[in-house]
Design a protein. Structure first.
Length: 223
C-alpha cells in the first residue's frame, strides 16, 4: 500500500500536526510493503505538484489544525484544486486527521460534518476522521504522556496499513470529553482572569514584535 500525506499546518514540519502525522506514518510503514510520502501544503509554489500527487494517489491522509471552526486557508486552496476530480472513477481513499488546542471534542463537530460531505463530493472512499482536541502543547510534551499519544497514532496507522480501515471504537473515544464538566469551565474562567491562558500567546507576540498590536482591528479601523 502507498500512502500520500498532505500536511496542511501553517507550521509545516515543525507543528503539532507533523508530530501526529509522523507517528501515524511510522505505524503505517512498519508493515512490509507499505510506503508513504509527505507533502507540506505551506509550500504553496508546489500546489500543482500536490494536485498531481492526489491524482495519482492510492490512499490519502489529509492532516491539519482546526482554524476558525474549519480548515486553514492553505488547505482550502488545495481542496479547490481538486474540483476536477469530483466523481472521478479511481479516486483514492481518504482519511482525515484534525487537531486543535480546544479541550472539547464538540469544537471539531462542524468540521467533521464538512469532511464527511467533502468525501462524498469528491467520490472518495471515506475511511474516517481522526479528531484530537487538546493538542496545542504536543510539541512541548515529553515522557509517558507523549509516548502514549504517539503510540495511539502509530496504532491508527498500523491498523490502516494492515486492513485499509481505522478502529471505529478508538476513533470515537479520542475526542473526549465532548464538553467540559462544570468544574472544568470554572477552572478555565479562573485561568482567564489570572492571565494564564494568554501567557503563551503573549510570549509569541513579543517574540515576533507584535505585542503592541494585540488589540488591532484592521478590518474595522481601516475600511
Amino acid at each position: 500500500m502507498k500512502l500520500t500525506v498532505f500536511n496542511g499546518s501553517g507550521r509545516g514540519k515543525h507543528g503539532n500536526t507533523a508530530v501526529l502525522v509522523d507517528a501515524y506514518v511510522r505505524g503505517f510503514t512498519s508493515l512490509p510493503g507499505n510506503t508513504a510520502e509527505i507533502h507540506t501544503l505551506m509550500q504553496t509554489s508546489k500546489m500543482d505538484q500536490f494536485t498531481a500527487a492526489f491524482a495519482e494517489a492510492e490512499h490519502v491522509l489529509l492532516a491539519f489544525p482546526l482554524y476558525t471552526d474549519m480548515v486553514p486557508g492553505v488547505v482550502k486552496a488545495f481542496l479547490e484544486t481538486l474540483q476536477p476530480f469530483c466523481g472521478r472513477p479511481g479516486n483514492p481513499s481518504i482519511t482525515y486527521l484534525a487537531q486543535c488546542g480546544f479541550p472539547e471534542g464538540v469544537q471539531l463537530r462542524a468540521l467533521e460534518a464538512y469532511l464527511e460531505k467533502l468525501s462524498r463530493r469528491l467520490g472518495c472512499r471515506h475511511v474516517g476522521i481522526i479528531l484530537r482536541p487538546s493538542s496545542e502543547g504536543i510539541r512541548e510534551t515529553s515522557g509517558k504522556n507523549l509516548s502514549a499519544l504517539l503510540n495511539q497514532f502509530e496504532q491508527f496507522g498500523k491498523k490502516f496499513g494492515a486492513t485499509g480501515q481505522l478502529d471505529a471504537e478508538k476513533l470515537a473515544a479520542l475526542p473526549q470529553p465532548e464538553r467540559l464538566p462544570g468544574w472544568g469551565v470554572v477552572l478555565f474562567k479562573v485561568f482567564g482572569i489570572t492571565g494564564l491562558l494568554d501567557s503563551g500567546w503573549k510570549s509569541d507576540l513579543k517574540k515576533n514584535h507584535a505585542y503592541q498590536d494585540r488589540f488591532a482591528r484592521p478590518d474595522l479601523d481601516n475600511p
